[in-house]
Write a protein that binds this ligand. Structure first.
Ligand code: HEM
Length: 440
């Protein structure tokens, strides 16, 4: 039997299986980074800061180890896994880059792990930090080469907006890893501790968050929100203009024009909200099968956090003295927008991607999202009040926010991990149908 593309079914099935195993492996690795090096260290850091009533006393290397594990270890692993997986959906060739996928995964995992270990323990950091940067860069180069080779021919058609955004995010991913590698070499040669200097660290975060993660999310949102949420189709050109503003904002940040950068990023965010129609009524019913019915609401809330983050970022330029307003802005975007979107879309798309499974519990999906946004709200409210010295009681609220977010992350991870341990949907159906007395 041959498919419409002329491929025999067996070849097509083998490709699909390989891609499912690979995306599952990347998701599992991402989840581990999210839980232990990412969230547990973040919670630990926040409890330490709250006990001392001072953000400045904690090791910058620990904070950076946490940030790197979350942005690259968790979200980065998800992006690489989904990137490999999506090749099977877009390409029309017989081959799947199996070897590239299974080469990139261990290199990537080792790179992120070494970065975390050397940052937290300080062991052999002058060797391990550059090595970690190199491994991450090589892993990404392997990934990039594979997607370049296997991407579908454009057939002369202009590329859709969402693919342009994802391509922009991919290019920035490579740039961020390159800058990171050079920075790690410089740190190893000239630094006194395994932590980047503050300004360079902030610039790298701006590049990673606004250059890589935000456009990638906008790109996938442009593709998936109309399908899953029933949203109006995005306005392509204004969305690209929004992207242009965000790139300009990143460049301004890299040139230390923080006020200009904040203004550009705010405009970018508002334009993106408008182009993606996230706050407008849906034009089609949302696809709620196997997810919680609150799904459309949780697709919209992250964009509220995106706007809040940009407003706080602008306020931070003028009013921040102790990192509280800036920290709240960063948390609004990383947890409220990025993690919020990954939680809601991830629980929708990862079960089918990882072997045609069905999400284990839609109720847990709801609780993970509710806890995440509640924890984020408490943190974003209390961080400026505590750090900037406006209200000392806020120091007591900060650890509560960390525990609520930890609960959110644990519920999310548990739900996905149990989902992955379940048999695929068709096997579950066969099992149910084989129960005596089962009526269809
Ligand atoms: C889920 C619970 C989380 C907790 C409790 C947490 C906690 C913290 C704390 C205490 C800091 C130190 C700076 C500050 O005081 O604001 C921090 C920094 C940071 N966090 Fe988180 N965080 C969490 C989630 C995340 C997520 C999901 C991401 C990214 C996707 C992220 C990315 C970052 C980054 C980039 C930094 C800056 C690190 C640096 O200074 O280099 N965090 N976080």
């Amino acid at each position: 039997m041959a498919t419409q593309t002329g491929q025999p079914d067996s070849a097509r099935i083998a490709i699909e299986r390989h891609s499912q195993w690979l995306v599952t492996a990347f998701v599992a690795v991402g989840m581990l980074f999210m839980l232990l090096p990412g969230t547990f260290l973040g919670v630990w850091n926040l409890i330490g800061i709250s006990q001392q009533h001072a953000p400045g006393n904690l090791s910058p290397a620990w904070l950076q180890a946490h940030g790197h594990a979350q942005m690259f270890g968790w979200i980065g692993s998800f992006i690489l896994g989904i990137g490999f997986y999506s090749l099977t959906k877009m390409q029309s060739t017989f081959t799947f880059p199996v070897r590239s996928g299974w080469t990139a995964l261990p290199l990537w995992t080792l790179g992120i792990t070494l970065r975390w270990i050397s940052g937290v323990t300080g062991v052999y950091w002058r060797t391990l930090l550059p090595l970690s940067g190199l491994l991450e860069l090589v892993a990404f180069a392997v990934f990039y080469r594979a997607i370049r080779r296997h991407r579908p021919a454009s057939n002369g058609r202009s590329r859709e907006t969402w693919t342009l955004l994802v391509a922009g995010g991919t290019a920035a991913f490579f740039s961020a890893l390159l800058v990171n590698f050079v920075a790690m070499i410089d740190l190893a040669l000239h630094g006194n501790t395994p932590a980047l200097p503050h300004v360079l660290d902030q610039q790298l975060i701006t590049l990673a968050v606004w250059g890589v993660l935000v456009p990638t999310i906008w790109g996938f949102n442009a593709r998936w929100l109309p399908i899953f949420g029933g949203f109006k189709k995005p306005n392509g050109v204004p969305l690209l203009v929004a992207y242009g503003f965000s790139v300009a904002g990143v460049v301004a940040g890299l040139l230390r024009g923080w006020a200009f950068s904040a203004a550009l990023l705010l405009i970018a965010a508002l334009l993106a909200v408008d182009s993606l129609h996230v706050w407008e009524p849906a034009v089609q019913p949302a696809k709620l099968q196997d997810v919680h019915r609150s799904f459309p609401l949780f697709l919209r809330i992250p964009y509220l956090w995106l706007a809040v983050s940009c407003i706080l970022n602008a306020l931070a330029v003028v009013y921040d003295h102790a990192g509280g307003i800036w920290g709240a802005s960063r948390h609004a975007i990383t947890v409220g927008f990025i993690a919020g979107m990954v939680f809601v879309i991830g629980q929708r798309v990862l079960p089918p991607f990882c072997g045609m499974r069905i999400l284990w519990s839609s109720r847990l999906m709801f609780w993970s999202l509710l806890f995440l946004h509640l924890g984020c709200a408490l943190r974003v409210l209390s961080e400026p009040l505590a750090y900037e010295g406006y209200w000392s009681f806020a120091w007591k609220l900060l650890p509560c926010s960390a525990i609520i977010e930890l609960a959110a992350v644990t519920v999310f991870a548990g739900n996905i991990l149990v989902t992955l341990l379940q048999p695929p949907a068709h096997q579950r159906l066969v099992k149910i149908q084989s129960i005596p007395g089962h009526a269809r």
